[in-house]
Design a protein around this ligand. Structure first.
Ligand code: KG4
Ligand code: ZN
Length: 331
């Protein structure tokens, strides 16, 4: 069984080896009205949801408590109050059931989601590159095995998901804005507006400049026409999405050139973006082999925690009851 509570989704999954029997997630809609995740409310919602979500995962998987051989949970990184709920639940469950407890790194789990049986029509082979893009992280990782992962590029300021969410907020859209930008971008013109792209050496990313450039642009245009955003919403969404995708894809190509690795995967919440998925797929024309996980394994889910737990189980990498949640868990 896997448990995920790092941010605002309470999720539990049951896997038989690498195959998903159930993957149940309760989304916390309460944050929408605040324009972002409120940590205190998130942890309280996890407390309310967790038992119900676990019960539902067990019944959907059609198993009994005694069939569960081990429990994996997200140790970090994430919001401390949220992580604590999942960690406490998993520790108690392991103790009560006398089964191994497995602590999992959330970002590594996003990558290993590729190895869930039904994640995609093919699996990447080691080594491969993985662009891991979520609300809090943007990284290019060289994945040499399930346990050997090296970050070769990362953001020096905002994450790609944050760039989507902050742009959406400026457009007056609700939180999380990424999926809404994706939706409006589908009917917009990606070349309607140009936003400057950062010039950062090497494989690192920067997204804070883009945020400022959108803000200045909107302020100037809204002075001329107060209805500018409303009248151009789809084109604005398509243009911002296109800029973020170009920044990501350019660095991925450089990473491939630098490492000589031509198998490229994406993971994390932003990999649910339809434009990014299409842009990655298009790289196949240039001879890259690409891997895009099924939609439900992109955003936060417990199946990816359980599959990571499965890899660690194989190696007897268990934790004891002294393990604690860590908001800034190191790589
Ligand atoms: O991995 P994730 O679910 O949670 C974290 O670990 O952060 O990622 C959440 C992020 C949010 O910023 C959200 O706006 C973004 O992923 N996201 C998207 C899409 N779906 C989720 N961004 C762009 N397009 C999407 N379709
Ligand atoms: Zn995540």
């Amino acid at each position: 069984m896997g448990i995920e509570t790092s941010c605002d989704d309470t999720s539990a999954a049951i896997l038989k080896n690498y195959s998903v029997l159930s993957n149940v997630t309760a989304n916390q809609l309460i944050h929408e009205r605040y324009g972002g995740v409120v940590p205190e409310l998130a942890s309280r919602s996890h407390q309310e949801n967790i038992v119900h979500v676990v019960n539902s995962a067990i019944s959907k998987a059609n198993v009994e408590l005694k069939d569960i051989d081990a429990i994996a949970f997200t140790q970090g990184p994430g919001l401390l109050g949220s992580l604590l709920v999942g960690a406490s639940f998993a520790k108690s469950f392991a103790l009560a059931r006398k089964i191994p407890l497995i602590a999992v790194h959330h970002m590594k789990a996003h990558i290993l989601a590729h190895f869930i049986d039904d994640a995609g029509d093919k699996k990447p082979e080691f080594p491969f590159l993985c662009l891991t893009v979520s609300g809090g992280h943007t990284q290019i990782v060289k994945v040499s095995s399930a346990f050997e992962m090296e970050i070769i590029g990362k953001t020096i300021d905002d994450a790609a998901g944050e760039a989507f969410d902050k742009a959406a907020k400026m457009f007056g859209l609700s939180y999380p804005g990424g999926p809404l930008i994706d939706k409006f971008a589908k009917i917009g013109n990606p070349k309607a507006f140009r936003f400057s792209k950062p010039k950062i050496d090497g494989l690192d990313f920067s997204f804070s400049g883009l945020k400022t450039s959108i803000l200045y642009f909107l302020n100037a245009e809204s002075k001329k026409n107060p209805r500018f955003i409303k009248e151009n919403l789809s084109d604005l969404c398509a243009s911002v999405q296109q800029t973020i995708i170009e920044i990501l894809i350019e660095k991925l190509k450089s990473a491939s050139k630098q490492t000589g690795i031509r198998q490229i995967a994406i993971s994390g919440g932003v990999s649910a973006n339809s434009g990014l998925r299409m842009a990655l797929k298009n790289l196949e024309k240039d001879g890259f082999e690409t891997f895009i996980p099924k939609f439900e394994y992109c955003t936060d889910n417990a199946a990816m925690i359980a599959v990571t737990g499965r890899f660690l189980y194989e190696e007897n990498k268990f934790s004891d009851q002294s393990v604690s949640a860590q908001a800034r868990l190191k790589w």
